[in-house]
Design a protein around this ligand. Sequence first.
Ligand code: DC
Length: 247
Amino acid sequence: MIAGSQRLDVVAEFIPRYWKKMPMSDATQIVAIDGPAGAGKSTTAKEVARRLGFAFLDTGAMYRAATWWAIDQGINLDDGDALAAHTAAMTLDIEERDSGQVVTVNGQDVSVAIRTPEVTNLIYKLDQNSAIRKQLVELQRRFGEKQPTVAEGRDIGTVVFPKAKCKIYLDASLDTRTNRRARQMRKRGQAYDWDTLRAEVHERDEQSKNRADSPLRKADDAFLLDSTDMSWDETVDAVVRHAQEVL
Ligand code: DC
């Protein structure tokens, strides 16, 4: 585990490439966006970051990358200690390019592989693991301490950046979120059955909300934004407006 922790420092060294274009200024400027699967957090957060000139941190991609790596390495997903040790030894790099986000694990581009249903449906094996959460939260905090950041995930306003001045809980109805996931999968050329997808989104809601460590919940001081009947543009505008008011 000690060797693994040192390895995690190496991982952190790679992270700066992720924000290389961003200004190094007020570290307290964090926009924390949480919410359930399919609420549109990633696309919204990325555009909000662009509009505010902040860095963008997709924490879900980190849990996805760790899950992909564990599957790829044939780790027993029910062995929590082995999972944590392997995550600590992972070299993770997430880079925002004009063409999109590029996620590499040990130099291998896994940007597409981390979005497969197999990975999505097995993340709960890792995201309930407190040792893994600790490792990834540490990286996320270091990222946010270095520059103004829009971070999105499930525990950003409650655990990662509890002192963030701007917290948003982005929600939408289950059907709307299923439709958004379906649209994403169509774009990626992935096959799906709508009812199965809806059941999976619901299942992930339950897993995120009911886990013992860092369950998904709205922070008391978070602004609740229900985007069920809002366009993406309207959602981005609302978040940017709120950020400009409170930051
Ligand atoms: O946002 P996403 O679908 O890419 O996230 C993938 C999974 O990672 C999600 O099912 C829950 C987990 N996750 C988490 O536990 N904490 C975070 N801060 C971000 C994601």
